[in-house]
Design a binder for this molecule. Structure first.
Ligand code: MEV
Length: 311
């Protein structure tokens, strides 16, 4: 048998890094997806843009861990993705969840979506050293979610406006950035805790604004979050250049999304036809491109992990 599953990448509206310290975060699945095709085979192989290997923790750490942790028979896994790797858009979580989803169907493991997200989270934690449940929860469930680590994850009203991503095309290592923030937290716990508490408040107020569909105010809070992420050392000149270019072109707000360092910014933009003129996704995307980034226009996605085909 062969099974194909796909799972989405994500953007953070609020709460990256703070969520590692138990604070609330809001993230949304987006229309960029990773596909995993699995079939029983004589020997285990993993194929991706990085090449074809067996179980290999250097080339394919996440997929190797998926196969080993489910203890399935020899299998071939092929990964295709439109999510840029190491960009803060949840490429590793999408690959993990798509692979677990496909293995689940192929080998009739009967895991429900809560188990899938939980196994996925453990795999991300094992490979990266630390990881919040956000990326894997959003990639499994889809939609826009409020994640309150260790307490609950709940679905919010889905973001309805356009989303423009600005990719710096500079690789960012989540593990390294989370480690740098940890050192700052050890050195200045009171300062860092108060910043994380403020970010937690942004997620709390952001939840109410998203439910009302007040994206102008959500955008204002995103600008505050960008400043706080800069303050904890995960910003860069290029990330800020792209965020300011997006804001100047009329975005409601724009901020770092994901681990930072390099990677991407996310801008919320009013949808076509909502207002008479200016500031639409095309204008924001051109401004990001002119500022030296690579713009991607996308939308929030209702779908989490889905089985594409099985035969
Ligand atoms: C990375 O996408 C987001 C971080 O908050 C790490 C995590 O949540 O695991 C930086």
């Amino acid at each position: 048998m062969t099974t194909t599953c796909s799972a989405p990448g994500k953007i953070y509206l609020f709460g990256e890094h703070a969520v590692v310290y138990g604070k609330r975060a809001i993230a949304s699945a987006i229309n960029l997806r990773t596909t995993a095709t699995v079939s029983e085979s004589d020997q285990t192989t993993i194929s991706s843009i990085l090449g074809t290997t067996g179980i290999d923790y250097m080339a394919h750490p996440y997929i190797s861990r998926c196969i080993e942790s489910l203890a399935v028979p020899p299998v071939s896994v092929r990964i295709n993705s439109d999510i840029p790797v190491g960009s803060g858009l949840g490429s590793s979580a999408a690959a993990v969840i798509a692979t677990l989803g496909a293995l689940n169907v192929e080998f009739r493991l009967m895991m429900d979506s809560v188990m899938l997200a939980d196994v996925g989270h453990r795999i991300e934690r094992d490979v990266q050293g630390s990881a919040s449940p956000t990326d894997t929860a959003v990639s499994t469930m889809g939609g826009t979610m409020l994640v309150n680590p260790g307490v609950s994850s709940s679905r919010l009203r889905m973001i309805e406006c356009d989303i423009v991503i600005g990719d710096t095309e500079e690789f960012s290592s989540t593990k390294e950035l989370v480690g740098n923030v940890r050192i700052l937290h050890e050195d200045y716990p009171e300062v860092m805790d108060s910043i994380f508490d403020t970010i937690d408040n942004l997620s709390g107020i952001g939840t109410l604004l998203i439910e009302k569909g007040d994206y102008r105010s959500v955008g204002e809070l995103m600008k505050i979050d960008h400043g706080l992420l800069d303050a904890i050392g995960v910003g860069s000149a290029k990330l800020s250049r792209l965020a300011y270019a997006a804001r100047d072109a009329g975005a409601y707000g724009a901020k770092i999304t994901g681990a930072g360092g390099g990677g991407c910014i996310v801008a919320l933009v009013r949808g076509l036809g909502t207002y008479a003129s200016g500031g639409g996704a095309d204008a924001v995307a051109s401004a990001i491109n002119d500022a030296g980034g690579r713009a991607i226009i996308t939308k929030a996605s209702e779908d989490g992990v889905v089985v594409r085909e099985t035969f």
